[in-house]
Design a protein around this ligand. Structure first.
Ligand SMILES: Cc1ncc(COP(=O)(O)O)c(C=O)c1O
Length: 346
């Protein structure tokens, strides 16, 4: 299962990974691996050494799991830089470069960049190639949070946008999103799989498993010893329905998101708050306050039109549709546009 997922991302055969409880845990384990790889003596001394603080860079649009991982691992939120984004909500590489320079000048230690392939609010994709170039030049670990977006790489036409995922040191992706697996099924892949092992493998006298080069023991790839068999449900679904079924479903949700975006743009009283890159569509009803948008979400849910969520884009409150259900139809999308149009007129 992991070898197949690595091939979808474009990782080499040296990659190894682990299925996790979700994207948040995958990112926590990625940053653990990055610490072990980049901080001399990390396993023995942890971060309890007299050393300049490590700094991790991500964008203002990043998922809070990046902050959570930094806090849990003892990096500290003061050492997480939330880099500003451009008009399309992608990490601004010039601002990233400047932040790295400033930290170096101040005696801090730039350590890791977490780029996002599919941000949670607007579905934007950071400029992965430019960020990978910078990480190479600056010798920083590059993690990509592709929990939501990376598996759109199943569709070849997404390679131009997100092919840079293949250049990451590690990547998070979520089979419980675009592969429709039941919860929980996240995944971490590490390009140089030995680094994942180095960070997580421990010997013990009470585990009597004999060393077998043909056996991968996942206790060596993560913090858990006892764990359930997450690969089975993902594998069975792929066997039962075929990869094409998932590719088709994902392409369809991408098309439906574009349809919703066009519908919103064509409807008086509605504003599309961000370009539609993947399947997240952010909409404001002109003149409506944050509270009125919240009330609108409840109204749409109560009347069974749609289950949408709140969003804040560039300081503007709105509502967000994220189309992630293979049963969603054109009629569902048109109904949302019609109802929002009526509400805006009201
Ligand atoms: C970009 C991004 N990162 C991380 C996560 C967290 O994933 P999980 O809920 O699987 O922990 C999400 C979930 O929505 C996400 O969209």
């Amino acid at each position: 299962m992991l070898e197949w997922l690595a091939s979808v991302i474009g990782f080499p055969s040296t990659a190894k990974g682990i299925l996790t409880g979700g994207g948040s845990l995958a990112t926590l384990q990625a940053l653990t691996t990055a610490l072990n790889d980049r901080v001399p003596g990390f396993r023995a001394q942890g971060l309890q050494r007299d050393a300049p603080p490590l700094v991790v860079y991500t964008s203002v649009e990043a998922h809070r799991s990046v902050d959570k991982a930094a806090a849990i691992l003892g990096i500290g939120l003061d050492h997480v830089r939330h880099i500003r984004t451009d008009a399309q909500h992608r990490m601004d590489v010039a601002a990233l470069t400047q932040a790295i320079e400033e930290d170096r000048r101040a005696g801090r230690q730039p350590w890791c960049v977490v780029a996002t392939c599919g941000t949670v609010s607007t579905g934007s994709v950071d400029p992965l190639d430019a960020i990978a170039d910078l990480c190479e030049a600056e010798d920083l670990w590059l993690h990509v949070d592709g929990a939501y977006g990376a598996l759109f790489l199943l569709s070849d036409h997404m390679r131009a946008l997100m092919g840079g995922c293949a250049r990451a040191d590690s990547i998070t992706l979520d089979p419980h999103k675009l592969l429709y697996a039941s919860l929980e099924a996240g995944c971490l892949l590490v390009r140089d799989g030995e680094k994942l092992r180095d960070a997580h493998a421990f010997n013990s006298s009470y585990l009597t498993v004999a060393d077998d080069p043909l056996m991968t023991d996942y206790m060596d790839h993560g913090p858990q010893l006892s764990r359930n068999f997450k690969a089975f449900k993902v594998w069975s679904a792929l066997q039962a329905f075929g990869v094409d079924a998932f590719r088709t479903a994902n392409n369809r949700t991408l098309d439906l998101a574009q349809r919703l975006g066009r519908g919103v743009e064509a409807t008086p009283g509605l504003t599309l708050l961000a370009p539609v890159t993947l399947t997240a569509v952010c909409i404001a009803v002109d003149g409506a306050s944050a509270e009125e948008h919240t009330a609108l979400l409840a109204e749409l849910a109560a009347e069974n039109t749609a289950l949408l969520g709140p969003v804040l884009v560039d300081g503007r409150h709105g509502i967000r549709a994220c189309i992630t259900n293979h049963r969603t139809s054109e009629a569902d999308i048109d109904l949302i546009v019609d109802r929002l149009g009526q509400i805006a007129a009201r």
